[in-house]
Design a protein around this ligand. Structure first.
Ligand code: CAA
Length: 257
């Protein structure tokens, strides 16, 4: 594992996965997500593990999909790359996953936190789907999961403006379970994990599956719809301009084609 660190016994029966690309604010590339998928599949099979925590570092949970790696891709490159099949496998994890979020959880980073089952946030956490600012849209579930988590009006505002939600706002809108001072976000996640780990693992697995079933049929359809529209943005000049402008640290000029 190059881009993540895994500790299967961070506490008794609690595993910890740390995203570890600090220089890039844990930007999520296909390799990192494949490592997460492999780690989750192994932890799912490990009888000593009952709950999994995924975290980044204090500055960033993850600042989104890796813009530098996708800036010059075509819509068909994105379709054939099929990076989200890894995410589909991640959401099949049977054990509960808690995201412990500090700092930026943006774009794919926010989508990844929402793919987990619960979120514990530090007071410094910032959530958002800023893809619109670089000429594209969320592609890993943001339009679907954020809307279900915080309601249509606020989700529409965040997705169309790229504004961020503070940790307190995220708590107010029901996106996160709890907000704690930055020095405690990991200990708080471990405390929640321990409480769940003391329950019947069979009942926990079945309960997780049942809660997810409350929206999964619609979610499957919604994710496919979002994914195709995300790919379609890669056929636009605006996506090329938006991502290039990010890389060159300048303001983009969108032409609407
Ligand atoms: N991809 C690639 N590199 C990234 C990145 C990303 N998503 N986010 C940050 N980085 C890199 C920066 O390019 C910079 O690298 P260099 O030092 O080599 O220049 C480094 O991480 C530090 O970032 P900043 O200098 O920008 O740090 P900052 O504190 O000034 O700003 C930030 C932090 C507001 C998070 C800003 O980095 C930012 O806006 N990042 C992009 C957020 C974003 O648009 N995410 C959505 C991506 S698209 C997506 O996720 C699609 C999807 O749905 C799957």
């Amino acid at each position: 594992m190059e881009l993540i660190k895994v500790n299967p016994q961070a506490a008794p029966q609690i595993a910890l996965i740390e995203l570890n690309r600090p220089k890039e604010l844990n930007a999520l590339n296909p390799q990192l997500m494949q490592e997460v998928r492999d780690a989750l599949q192994e932890l799912d099979r490990n009888d000593q593990v009952r709950v999994i925590i995924i975290t980044g570092n204090e500055q960033a949970f993850a600042a989104g999909a890796d813009i530098k790696q996708m800036a010059d891709k075509s819509a068909i490159d994105m379709l054939l790359l099929d990076q989200f099949s890894t995410w589909d496998q991640i959401r099949k994890t049977k054990k509960p996953i808690i995201a412990a979020v500090s700092g930026f959880a943006l774009g794919g980073g926010c989508e990844f936190a929402m793919t987990c089952d619960m979120i514990i946030a530090s007071e410094t956490a910032k959530f958002g789907q800023p893809e619109i600012k670089i000429g594209t849209i969320p592609g890993a579930g943001g339009t679907q999961r954020l809307t279900k988590a915080i309601g249509k009006a606020k989700a529409m505002e965040l997705i169309l403006t790229g504004r961020f939600l503070s940790a307190q706002e995220a708590h107010f809108y029901g996106l996160v379970n709890k907000v704690v001072p930055v020095e405690f976000y990991l200990t708080e996640a471990i405390a929640l994990a321990k409480e769940i780990a003391s329950m019947s693992p069979v009942a926990v697995q079945l309960a997780k599956e049942a809660v997810n079933r409350s929206f999964e049929t619609l979610l499957d359809e919604g994710l496919m719809f979002e994914r195709k529209n995300f790919y379609l943005t890669f056929a636009s000049q605006d996506q090329k301009e938006g991502m290039q402008a990010f890389i060159e640290k300048r303001k983009p000029s969108f032409l609407g084609r």
